[in-house]
Design a protein around this ligand. Structure first.
Ligand code: ADP
Length: 242
């Protein structure tokens, strides 16, 4: 079996907002090419971890290692990490192609390479043919796919998804869970998905990290978490579903 490689490691990471401890000694490692979920109630620190990993905010103590290199204080644009935000943050007045191409143009990439990359990525998310559609004309699921395309067109090694299915209705959510999981497997990149929806985390992940009060309370495969729910949040859910 191929050796699994660690892509991301957090060592004793702390984040404070004034005298409030939002991240309280966070330690974990993520392997290359797996689907991970951060699961926990609102306010438990999930988004703060993502922002610390993407570089939108910096850890106050501890280390963030990417591919073994210390990136704790590296600016966001120098990290090989991209984020899909909850509200997708698309430009409604631009068409699909221009939304996906936007970041590449900022990097002053050659037009022919931009065209090739955008066309290839739109195929991956099954939106080829939609290049000239305005974002406002798209369904919620299609907008979600464009947001993912805009992130993966940068060829990140790690994709962060912040509650990015929560705006969708139940049926579409289930479809997008399946699509995201199969996309992750086809691309082979690491996905780090933040959710407060236990069912979603159990259905999609290779591993789940359960958060509460700025700490990781438990981590393991969905089967581990289902079998031994030490966290009340998960226990309540499993109890409720039986
Ligand atoms: P989650 O994503 O699990 O809902 P967050 O990481 O967004 O939780 O927030 C964790 C805690 O940190 C919350 O209590 C939140 O109010 C606080 N927090 C997050 N960002 C800031 C900030 N920029 N300033 C002050 N407090 C913050």
């Amino acid at each position: 079996m191929a050796k699994t490689e660690t892509i991301l490691e957090l060592q004793h990471v702390y984040k404070y907002f004034d005298d409030f401890t939002a991240l309280d000694d966070i330690n974990f490692t993520l392997d290359q090419g797996k689907f991970y979920s951060f699961l926990g109630p609102s306010g438990s620190g999930k988004t703060t971890i993502l922002r610390t990993v993407s570089g939108l905010i910096l850890a106050d103590k501890g280390k963030v290692l990417f591919d073994g290199q210390d990136i704790t204080n590296l600016p966001a644009e120098k990290r090989k990490v991209n984020t899909v935000f909850q509200n997708y943050a698309l430009f409604p007045h631009l068409n699909v192609f221009d939304n996906v191409a936007f970041g590449l143009r900022l990097k002053k990439m050659a037009k022919s390479e931009i065209d090739d990359r955008v066309v290839a990525v739109l195929k991956v998310i099954q939106m080829d043919g939609y290049e000239n559609r305005m974002i406002s004309e798209l369904s919620g699921g299609q907008q979600q796919r464009v947001a993912i395309a805009r992130a993966i067109v940068n060829e990140p090694r790690l994709l962060l998804l912040d509650e990015s299915l929560s705006a969708l209705d139940q049926k579409l959510r289930q479809q997008m869970q399946y699509e995201l999981r199969s996309l992750q497997q086809r691309l082979g990149i690491t996905f780090l998905f933040v959710t407060h929806d236990q069912e979603e985390a159990l259905a999609m992940s290779d591993e789940i990290l359960v958060m509460n009060d700025g700490k990781i309370q438990q981590s393991g495969t969905p089967v581990d978490i289902y079998d031994e729910p030490i966290n009340h949040f998960v226990a309540n859910f499993i109890g409720a579903s039986n």
